[in-house]
Write a protein that binds this ligand. Sequence first.
Ligand SMILES: N[C@@H](CCC(=O)N[C@@H](CS)C(=O)NCC(=O)O)C(=O)O
Length: 213
Amino acid sequence: MYRLHCFAQSGNSYKVAFLLRALDQPFEMVFVDFMNGATREAPWREAVNEMGEAPVLEADGKRMTQSGAIMTYLARKHGAFGGATPDEQQEVLRWLLFDNHKFTSFFASYRFNRSFGPAAPDPAVMAWLKGRIDAAWSIADKHLAASPFMAGNAPTIADISLSGYLFYPMEESGYDIPANFPHIAAWLERVKAIPGWVAPYDLLPGERIAPRW
Ligand SMILES: N[C@@H](CCC(=O)N[C@@H](CS)C(=O)NCC(=O)O)C(=O)O
């Protein structure tokens, strides 16, 4: 059985959990106490992930990290959500890289600073991050105006990756997606229709935390 190391606020963990559900694969979840510093402790890094990050998936005698790499492994293994042709598979990879570099990463940092950080966010840092988010999201919004899913006509792990953080409550990020990114908003409804979809806080272990700042 798959074992997923994860926690409720982690959109990157949510991506893998959602994919496992979409693939109809049973899995066990291991709570990572991220908010109390678990991933920064040397023993955790030694035993679980040298990169100091969730998610981690244990499967087939391996311990895997990086949601994009984990999802690629699962899509190949189960023959679904990986893209139907070599061209689509290449497109999936292209969007996974864009997601990890620009789409999820800036937004995850922005949301963390705004809701869960140890101190009130620095306005200059937040303004810089917001500029980067708006630029990346505008690119995805334009792409989705012409395509139902990121890599063609059917959902893939690229959709699961890019959408992961967007299913968290709006008050955590302050981002009003329907008002500002209408094609992303419409696409999120299509992603939600994938069998197995469930909201992050109804799926992942750990307590929901009220936004701090
Ligand atoms: N690119 C990685 C990012 C993973 C990541 O940043 N995970 C967060 C939790 S959602 C984390 O553990 N961060 C620890 C840190 O940055 O110190 C992935 O997609 O798995």
